[in-house]
Design a protein around this ligand. Structure first.
Ligand SMILES: [Zn+2]
Length: 57
């Protein structure tokens, strides 16, 4: 039994494994620890990440 199930999810950019749990909520931002890309969690069923683009450049 695990009290914090990990959701296996790969970074869409570099393929690194992201450490996500069921505590994540829609709208949360997830940072990839490998490439630094940011993603917004847009759905839980199924678990869906969308690229979070900062267009202030
Ligand atoms: Zn990445």
């Amino acid at each position: 039994m695990s009290n914090s199930p990990v959701i296996a999810q790969e970074c869409p950019d570099c393929g690194a494994q992201l450490d996500l749990t069921e505590a994540e909520e829609v709208g949360d931002l997830v940072d990839c620890p490998n490439c630094g890309a940011a993603f917004e969690l847009v759905a839980l069923q199924p678990f869906t990440l969308a690229p979070f683009v900062d267009e202030e450049k």
